[in-house]
Design a binder for this molecule. Structure first.
Ligand SMILES: [Zn+2]
Length: 272
């Protein structure tokens, strides 16, 4: 007998129906934040992050000629709920240093934090976002697993964990500065996203929300970064809180530190 496709007309079972509903839902995304330089205002930052259930990584140098660095006891306090990453010993721009100096900056900054915290530190951030092929290799040789850059406007993490991209900086840069940064950092993909999808807006809160919506729809990564000293100096705590509120308590989001994000991407085979 001819079947006439009878089976294909069967009503879907409850579990099939549930599966279809799930497939229509947005995919799981990762939400992470990172804060550079280890300023005293980082303590205020952890309270705000905790208020909204957000996670993050604090990249801390041992010394910084430009501004004060928080005390070892404050670093320990932050480490109770957040990841601590290294940021060289002297907050030193790495490209241009000799191999020996470069290695010393990376190794000693990492060792100092490890001794203080009593555990390994495997996340790193390039001071001023400056890195080169030699720098990446030097960082890799010290056992660092991920190294964050300042490349913005990415919503899918990074192919290379030693050049971890970000989504948006919590700072009101004018459009021209975003374009200049993108060109200087050879951030072609980020520039295209900024020009085409984000319409080159200079409104950082709008950028943060738009990037979040894109990452949420595509099941990607939303990574906000900044400096708590800038948030203080430019009176950005309120606008920042509005953004934290916007991205918090989302059912499709996993809130992660940078290290947890790297682990998740490795597990999913996004990075080798
Ligand atoms: Zn820095």
């Amino acid at each position: 007998m001819t079947n006439y496709g009878y089976h294909s007309l069967k009503m879907p079972t409850a579990s099939q129906q549930k599966g279809n509903d799930l497939s229509k839902q947005k995919k799981e995304m990762s939400v992470t934040t990172s804060w550079d330089d280890g300023c005293p205002e980082d303590i205020k930052m952890i309270h705000l992050l905790n208020k909204y259930g957000l996670k993050g990584t604090f990249y801390i140098p041992v010394k910084n000629r430009e501004r004060p660095v928080i005390s070892p006891s404050s670093i320990k306090e932050i480490s109770q709920g957040f990841e601590i990453g290294s940021h060289t010993f002297h907050h030193q721009i790495l490209p241009g240093l000799s191999q020996k100096e470069m290695r010393r900056e990376v190794v000693e900054g990492k060792n100092w934090l490890e001794q203080l915290l009593g555990h390994g530190v495997t996340s790193f951030c390039y001071p001023k976002g400056r890195f080169s092929r030699q720098t990446i290799q030097a960082v890799k040789n010290t056992g660092v697993r991920l190294a964050r850059t300042t490349r913005a406007f990415h919503y899918y993490g990074s192919n290379n964990l030693l050049c971890l991209n970000t989504s948006v900086q919590a700072f009101p840069h004018p459009s021209l500065i975003h374009l200049r940064h993108g060109i200087k950092e050879l951030n072609i993909l980020g520039l295209l996203t900024y020009i085409i999808q984000l319409k080159m807006t200079g409104d950082w809160q709008r950028l943060a929300r738009m990037m979040f919506d894109i990452a949420a729809t595509s099941g990607g990564v939303w990574h906000l970064w900044g400096h708590s000293w800038e948030i203080e100096a430019f009176d950005l705590w309120k606008p920042l809180e509005e953004i934290f509120k916007y991205v918090s308590n989302r059912t499709n989001a996993e809130y992660r530190t940078n290290g947890e994000l790297a682990e998740n991407q490795q597990n999913r085979g996004i990075n080798k």
